[in-house]
Design a protein around this ligand. Structure first.
Ligand SMILES: Nc1ncnc2c1ncn2[C@@H]1O[C@H](COP(=O)(O)OP(=O)(O)OP(=O)(O)O)[C@@H](O)[C@H]1O
Ligand SMILES: [Zn+2]
Length: 669
């Protein structure tokens, strides 16, 4: 029987799918894209259902325009998955699902749509590579291979120290899937910063007979369209992608692997604020396939669930390369070792000189870019702030400018103090540019490279720097987070960590977890080859337990201790949080509005929910817009979901006066 009404989701902020009159001759199926009129526009929508009746009067319903092409429909699992994501993160289904398609597939088709499709299909994802000798797996790796359950849904956590051969395990697991079904599809998720051509190449080389593609926000629309289509049509076997790849259409998806699962880039910070790690687990459940989360420093959320038995825990405690050992870490009390007016203390200088004499490489980590985080006037105490944000403007010596890292506002460094006219304007604190200057003065003959957001603006320039480190052309590599992640430097024998102390004073309850993780990552860059490694960490707080655990490379004790304190103070993962964020011109109005929201939430008297008072966000003003937040807390994610289902309609009713966002399971609050 022909169905009269066709239900379609489109990229608009509407909670229910739109009803249209069907054109039975088009023979559209659930999961197919189609063209529909929305207001005066023509939009691409996705068919999600049919019915004989509509709650709208039929004479007011519009007719669908028609089909777009003959692509196979999106799977019912994919639809279920996107619907779940929409419900969980309180974002309309259409706005969640449709934007995950590349532009080519969500825009009304051009005249030569079919020939464009055929052109996209010609992209080749198979790389034939010479046979390679595979390493013999060690006992710990073998154990994972033998005990990882492949046939059904289950979450496993692979907690393996840096260099323990996690990537090798991923590759072998993929091989096992292909042994059973050569047509299978696998999703390998990686953090934004880790998706290097080297990794994709490593995967592609291992599977010369399978198609391997990558997926990230930096790709051109053409590349995205070709990759998405190949995945959707089952021609792509392995998709290596960043967080948005969790929404890819993979009809033969058989396993999901998430590398560095603790990485915060898996969480979207704008739009639909989803955690792609959490969504990937849901996706695996819907598809009834296994999922493996890997990390040297698992997120406390995941570690807790492994300890409680929800996830299967695999441990890899040894470095995979023969004779490679975890580096020794030494804490240096900077208050005793300081060289006046300099970032590098006496002992650090000594060790760097020795390392350079041995022709080995040094890596220096400082998580602050620019020259100085702020400049100040020595006469009157004026400091460089951004006029549009509640932040400091950072001095960049290379450009001679003060720049706001939040809004990009830039102005030349004033010659005279704007307040008192004095010429005594001096930099305060140190960023990578200033430390680079110090290093170049100390070791004028060394080849020094700096790697941070400023030095790598050009596409591919980070790759060039990393390549020359691998080739041994660089003596000292200095950088921010970018140098911390994943790179397998074989000749780095000394790692120096400068000034991570400010993080210890942060009010964010996740700051310690994050610091530990990044410091473990950085330390893990030392001693990966045959040369033993050493890590020196300068700090004022040598007694802090965080550094104590770090120097023993003891993630597990650190996590257990911190988890205990989180449990006592009722913080995630022992509770669930959600933020209502509102923005407007004046913080007072924003807070007043959020207080109304709070009263509305309180009036529900929902058990197991705690509602805090509205406060300004930690960086209250960005680009002249002021932001406040209201924190909601529940005993569990389940209770939070149940509460939000009741509360959301009330909240959305109130949303018209301010821009309001909801962040479920926020990472910053
Ligand atoms: N069983 C093995 N025998 C010898 N070498 C191995 C073995 N497994 C892995 N390796 C090598 O050890 C090095 C580190 O392995 P891999 O990159 O898989 O580690 P990882 O745990 O992913 O590291 P990281 O967490 O630091 O990214 C690589 O050079 C890899 O080729
Ligand atoms: Zn600014």
């Amino acid at each position: 029987m022909d169905q009269k009404i066709i239900k379609v989701i489109v990229d608009t902020p509407l909670w229910e799918p739109l009803d249209y009159l069907n054109v039975p001759a088009e023979n559209l199926k659930v999961g197919e894209r189609c063209l529909v009129p929305v207001g005066r526009r023509t939009c691409v929508g996705i068919v999600v259902g049919f019915s004989q009746t509509s709650s709208f009067p039929q004479d007011r319903l519009k007719k669908i325009i028609g089909r777009i092409d003959r692509l196979s429909p999106l799977s019912s699992n994919w639809l279920r998955f996107t619907k779940f994501a929409s419900k969980y993160y309180l974002s309309p289904w259409g706005e969640t699902a449709v934007p995950s398609l590349p532009k080519f597939f969500r825009r009304p088709p051009g005249q030569r749509h079919d020939s464009s499709l055929n052109r996209l299909r010609k992209t080749n994802f198979v790389l034939s590579a010479p046979d390679q000798e595979l390493p013999v797996l060690n006992e710990e790796q073998k154990y994972v291979l033998d005990n990882f359950v492949q046939s059904k849904f289950g979450v496993s956590l692979l907690y393996g120290i840096t260099g323990s051969g996690k990537t090798e395990v991923y590759l072998r697991l993929i091989q096992k899937v292909f042994d059973k079904d050569p047509e299978a599809q696998i999703l390998l998720m990686v953090p934004e910063i880790n998706l290097t051509p080297q990794l994709v190449e490593r995967v592609a080389k291992r599977f010369p007979n399978h198609a391997v593609g990558s997926w990230n926000s930096k790709m051109s629309e053409g590349e995205k369209a070709a990759t998405w289509l190949a995945a959707h049509e089952g021609r792509l076997n392995i998709l290596v992608g960043t967080r948005l790849s969790v929404f890819a259409s993979l009809p033969k998806l058989s396993m999901i692997l998430i590398d560095e699962e603790h990485d915060s880039s898996y969480k979207a910070l704008e739009g639909v604020r989803y955690s792609s790690r959490d969504l990937a687990i849901k996706r695996a459940q819907i598809e009834n396939i296994p999922i493996l989360l890997g990390s040297a420093t698992p997120s406390f959320e995941s570690f807790q669930r492994a300890l409680s038995g929800d996830y299967q825990l695999f441990k890899m405690t040894k470095r995979a390369v023969q004779d490679a050992h975890l580096p020794e870490l030494e804490l240096i009390d900077i208050s005793k070792d300081r060289v006046k007016g300099a970032a590098l203390g006496a002992q650090v200088r000594d060790e760097i000189t020795k390392t350079l004499e041995k022709k080995e490489q040094v890596l220096i980590f400082l998580n602050r870019r620019g020259y100085a985080p702020v400049v100040t006037c020595n006469s009157c105490g004026w400091v460089s702030t951004c006029p549009h944000c509640s932040t400091f403007a950072v001095y960049h010596k290379t450009t001679g400018n003060l720049t706001c890292h939040y809004c990009g506002w830039t102005t030349p460094l004033p010659r005279h103090c704007p307040k008192c006219g004095s010429v005594e304007i001096v930099p305060l604190g140190r960023g990578t540019q200033r430390v680079e200057e110090e290093i170049k003065e100390l070791w004028p003959d060394a080849n020094v490279m700096r790697l941070d957001q400023d030095s790598t603006r050009r596409k591919g320039s980070a790759q060039e720097v990393l390549e020359s480190v691998h080739q041994g052309k660089v003596d000292i590599l200095l950088g921010t987070q970018i140098v911390a992640k994943g790179h397998d430097f074989k000749k780095v024998s000394l790692v120096v960590i400068l000034n991570s102390d400010p993080v210890l004073l942060s009010p964010d309850f996740r700051a310690r977890e994050r610091l530990f993780s990044v410091l473990m990552q950085v330390s893990g860059r030392a001693g990966r080859g045959e040369i033993p490694g050493k890590v020196l960490l300068q700090t004022q707080y040598t007694q802090d337990p965080l550094f104590h655990h770090l120097s023993r490379q003891n993630y597990s004790d650190f996590a257990t201790e911190e988890l205990n304190s989180r449990e006592k103070t009722r913080l995630p993962p022992f509770t669930a949080q959600a933020l209502v964020i509102a923005e407007g011109k004046k913080i007072n109005e924003v807070l007043k509005y959020l207080d109304e929201v709070k009263q509305a939430a309180l009036s529900l008297q929902y058990p197991g929910i705690h509602i805090y008072s509205p406060i300004p966000q930690s960086i209250m003003r960005i680009q002249d817009i002021e932001r406040g937040q209201l924190l909601l807390e529940a005993d569990s994610k389940k209770v939070m979901q149940e509460f939000l289902a009741v509360f959301a309609p009330i909240l959305f009713e109130k949303m018209n006066r301010f821009n309001v966002y909801i962040d479920v399971d926020p990472l910053n609050c």
